[in-house]
Design a protein around this ligand. Structure first.
Ligand code: SF4
Length: 747
């Protein structure tokens, strides 16, 4: 009797549970592959699955399978443009290392394919046994901003309410936690206020720790479409591609952004370059903030930042009221030990100059991953669905009522953050870890620490589209998942626009969408009754819509997926009242759906008093300053628009591989290179207290003396980075650590 037959007998004995047939042909039971909705030979539009720009792509299908794509000229985000990743978005689907069957690691140490039923039994039996033996805090999950909202939501409900776990987080912690906390504290809700049209309508655009030329090339194209001949200011220690294209570059010393921002505020107040009427009408805490920045004299700040007093004054003059100034930031701010206060110092500049709620203005956080915003609002990890708080009894009741569950099931505080979960693994408190569509064995800030900690686990489950990612190679169990293009769902981009993923290709082998994997786990766990109204992603979207009602992210005016499709995406908020033509909050009454909408036009924010709050605090020391032994500051960042994160997908494209350096490299200033007798192309070793990386030297004055730069996509880089965390957001600080560099004697 083979395994399938044994299982069939077993299932016949377990009447009322998932049947053998259901597991082997899950699609027939609404448990398998996303149904094919599209004509086999047709062209359809959907959103790109890489970054948070959320470009629209036209997918051309033949025989039910995507064969090609072109950027969508009608989509309001990209207006017919795409970056190299977008053009190559279909290639990673065809890779020969796709996970095509569940795999269990045997006693020989090798992963071997098994049936879904065996994998799911192992998953549920082992996790239940772990929880029975060590308590519910002994199991955790880590997910991603790369999967649609419905999947994130289902996962959050399944784990926290169905399985009874307390701890789960997402890799959104690595990119957007800082912006989430900063907005929440300043505005009362995690609400990026802008629309991409603002790139085209500003007189002055200031980019803090952002390199949109490389990281968000389509957003940069929108800047290039600005007809107002704008001033473009880049604040970055490194001369990035964006800095080269800017009208002004302020190469401040690493991690001095916060004093710089307080120094700018000091000058603006001293010179009377503020919008007092706006401050009085729409904010609180300004007087205290003004007192706080009193000591940030330009001469001192000029010295701390390395920019000098004159440049600080020139900068302040450029952003004084009278012009449309938009302030943009991304990972150079977010991935910092004091990211939240830095982001809030940017928000403060916008508030004090009245640069918010009007065209071409705003304190605007550019998101990283395609659905980081969906994760922030609905993943049920750091907050309850709809941007609610675990600590708020009324919020818990609202969620429980809509989901039809007992309020007592809902925990009263958030679980552990990503780094705290990994500390739990390291210390043996967390025994089982389920990782979904993320690759911490490459991306975690202290990579070797993650790899060492993973060895402590009794069970490491990796659910991914590839069976051999750095993390999957450590797994006891691999669950094969469908990816972008093989399933459907909604994602939210940087400007709050909801866009659609569609199924344009079948998933390979036995791979299932994450949505259906979660549904199967719910069945095996015995908590599937909780999901009776969520048989499909679109039904789940309707449940989430109910959870959004009355919240700042209310999208109850969106009827269905078709409406999102027809409208070219819809920005939240879009409430049922607004759909009926009424004015709601900061959105004026209008007929139809406005394509480009920004928040706070009415000066009303989401705190109970309707005002925005000035938030501030003293700058903190750099966590790992340079020393005589480790005399260089290592900066990290994106190096090419052809790479995405850990390269698991973009590395599959021969076209993209030609667009970025073949070897890992490190930028070093010519003076330092000459002193160390290093020439461009030499192999060098970069060492930190945590590990070392081999890379080719790129001698260039893009970095300042005493600084090095390495691309974040290379697996070696996070052997070096230092695990410091922002105290408010617990986001890792990837952008600065102390290293030394030497010629590789063995090369
Ligand atoms: Fe896709 Fe982002 Fe490139 Fe647009 S900019 S095509 S969303 S990767």
């Amino acid at each position: 009797m083979d395994l399938k037959d044994k299982f069939a007998v077993f299932m016949r004995q377990r009447h009322g549970r998932l049947t053998h047939e259901m597991v082997l042909t899950p699609g027939r039971f609404g448990l398998g592959q996303t149904p094919d909705r599209l004509q086999p030979d047709s062209t359809t539009s959907m959103v790109c699955g890489f970054c948070s720009t959320g470009c629209g792509l036209k997918i051309h299908m033949k025989d039910g399978k995507a064969v090609n794509l072109t950027p969508d000229p009608e989509y309001p985000v990209n207006l017919g443009m795409a970056c190299p990743k977008g053009w190559e978005a279909l290639t990673p689907l065809k890779a020969d290392n796709r996970a095509v069957a569940p795999m269990i690691r045997g006693e020989d140490g090798k992963l071997a394919p098994v049936e879904w039923d065996q994998a799911l039994h192992l998953f549920t039996d082992k996790i239940k046994a772990t929880m029975a033996r060590h308590g519910k805090e002994s199991v955790a999950f880590l997910s991603t901003g790369q999967i649609p909202m419905e999947e994130l939501f289902l996962l959050g409900i399944l784990t926290k309410f169905g399985m009874g776990l307390l701890h789960g987080d997402a890799n959104t912690r690595q990119c957007m936690a800082t912006s989430h906390v900063a907005y929440k504290q300043s505005f009362g809700f995690d609400a990026p206020p802008f629309t991409y049209k603002d790139y085209e309508e500003s007189d002055v655009l200031v980019f803090f720790g952002a390199n949109p030329c490389i990281a968000h090339p389509i957003m940069w194209e929108r800047v290039m479409m600005n007809p107002r001949k704008p001033e473009i200011i880049v604040v970055d220690p490194r001369q990035t591609e964006t800095a080269l294209a800017a009208t002004r570059h302020y190469p401040l010393l690493p991690k001095t952004d916060l004093p710089l921002l307080y120094g700018l505020a000091h000058v603006l107040i001293r010179e009377g370059w503020i919008d007092q009427a706006y401050i009085d009408a729409n904010t609180t805490g300004f007087r205290e903030f003004a007192r706080h920045v009193q000591t940030y004299h330009p001469a001192a700040v000029g010295k701390i930042t390395g920019l000098g007093e004159a440049r600080l004054l020139e900068f302040a003059r450029a952003i004084r009221p009278g012009k449309r100034v938009s302030l943009w930031w991304t990972m150079g701010v977010n991935q910092s030990h004091e990211g939240v206060r830095t982001a809030q110092a940017i928000i403060n500049l916008a508030l004090m100059t009245g640069n918010i709620g009007r065209p071409g203005t705003g304190a605007n956080s550019i998101t990283g991953q395609v659905n980081a915003m969906g994760s922030r609002l609905f993943s049920n990890t750091s907050g309850l669905p709809g941007g609610r708080n675990f600590q708020d009894a009324a919020h818990r009741r609202e969620v429980a009522d809509i989901l039809g569950i007992d309020t007592d099931i809902i925990q009263q505080k958030p679980g552990l953050a990503y780094d705290q979960i990994l500390t739990g693994v390291k210390e043996g408190r967390i025994k089982a870890l389920w990782i979904i569509a993320t690759n911490p064995a490459h991306s975690w800030v202290d990579q070797e620490e993650f790899r060492r900690a993973a060895k402590n686990l009794d069970l490491l489950v990796v659910q991914d589209m590839y069976h051999d990612t750095d993390t999957a190679r450590l797994a006891h169990l691999v669950l094969p998942s469908a990816c972008w293009g093989e399933k459907e769902g909604v994602v939210i981009n940087s400007e709050r626009r909801m866009g659609l993923f569609k199924k344009v290709s079948p998933a390979p082998g036995q791979a299932l969408s994450d949505f259906y994997i979660f549904k199967l786990i719910a069945k095996y766990w015995g908590c599937d009754a909780m999901f009776k109204d969520m048989d499909t992603p679109e039904q789940t979207f309707q449940v989430m819509s109910k959870l959004s009602v009355g919240r700042p992210c209310d999208f109850s005016g969106i009827r269905d997926y078709k409406m999102i499709d027809e409208e070219g995406g819809i920005q939240w908020p879009y409430s049922a009242a607004e759909a009926a033509g009424a004015a709601t909050g900061s959105i004026p009454a209008h007929a139809g759906i406005e394509k480009e909408r920004r928040l706070f036009a009415d000066g009303r924010f989401y705190h109970p008093d309707g005002k925005a709050k000035f938030q501030f605090g003293p700058p903190q020391p750099i966590p790992e300053p340079v020393t005589p032994e480790f005399p260089f500051a290592l900066l990290t960042g994106r190096s090419s628009s052809a790479q995405w994160h850990t390269n698991t997908r973009t590395g599959k494209s021969a076209v993209l591989r030609k667009l970025y350096a073949a070897d890992s490299y490190v930028e070093i200033h010519p003076d330092d290179a000459s002193h160390l007798k290093i020439a461009s192309g030499d192999w060098v070793i970069v060492k930190s207290l945590r590990g070392q990386a081999r890379a080719r030297a790129a001698v260039a004055s893009t970095v300042q003396p005493g600084q090095l730069f390495m691309p974040m996509h290379d697996v070696e880089v996070n052997r070096l980075t230092f695990p410091a965390f922002d105290t408010h957001s617990r986001q890792p600080s990837y952008k600065h650590c102390a290293v030394r560099v030497e010629k590789d004697a063995d090369a």
